[in-house]
Design a protein around this ligand. Structure first.
Ligand SMILES: [Zn+2]
Length: 217
């Protein structure tokens, strides 16, 4: 794993895609942890226009030009670099494991990513650089995941295509608990500030008592 790859060591195991997730883990694909939109958020009418019930993936804010890393704990094979009708550019990666076969998409990236179809990705390999190509209001990574199966023509066909998200799935259960750790770090800071406040109040009360002692008639 290259240095600078943003990992944490503890892993969250939860319910994933209707079953217990035990073999697949998803680390962090970007260095920031600014999670800007989750799965199925539907504040923007664009998703209905696209025929989806809501957002079919996960968005992290990332500065333009910053690396996007292969975030799975298993190897992936680059299937293609794709350009959508809005000019959005993405890398599509396949994984095959006991959990099933999955397509992973990393979208809104800069043109000419450093990977080509057939490349094998190890955890932490850089697969793209962040941008805002396509339908995006700012530079960010859109990450999505679909379960796929080989059809009779030898193509990877999407399972659950009619789930309202063209087969894109909620994948929180596979996320490592980096979010929890970040939250805990923030909480710790807040507790520390609160305890400083308590100390300050205690000192103030002490001062008030002293003042009372001075002015009691
Ligand atoms: Zn998105």
């Amino acid at each position: 794993m290259p240095s600078g790859y943003p990992t944490v060591l503890v892993c969250y195991k939860g319910q994933g895609i209707g079953k217990e997730s035990t073999t697949m883990k998803i680390w962090r694909a970007v260095k920031t942890n600014f999670f800007s939109q989750g799965f199925a958020d539907n504040n923007n009418p664009i998703y209905r226009e696209w025929g989806m019930l809501g957002h079919g993936g996960y968005d992290w804010v990332e500065y333009q030009g910053n690396p996007i890393y292969w975030d799975m704990d298993i190897r992936g094979t680059v299937l293609k670099v794709e350009v959508d009708s809005n000019g959005g550019i993405g890398v599509v990666v396949l994984t095959q494991s006991q959990e099933g076969n999955f397509k992973h998409i990393f979208w809104h990236i800069l043109p000419n990513p450093p990977v080509s179809p057939g490349d094998i990705l190890e955890t932490g390999n850089v697969l793209a650089y962040a941008d805002s190509t396509g339908k995006a209001t700012g530079s960010h990574l859109h990450r999505g995941m679909k379960e796929v199966e080989l059809d009779s023509f030898g193509n990877w066909a999407t399972k659950n295509h009619d789930n309202g998200y063209f087969g894109y799935l909620p994948i929180e259960a596979y996320f490592t608990n980096e979010f929890v750790l970040d939250y805990l770090a923030r909480l710790k800071k807040q507790v520390s500030l609160l305890s400083q406040l308590v100390e300050a109040l205690r000192a103030l009360i002490g001062l008030q008592k002293k003042l009372k002692n001075i002015y009691v008639p």
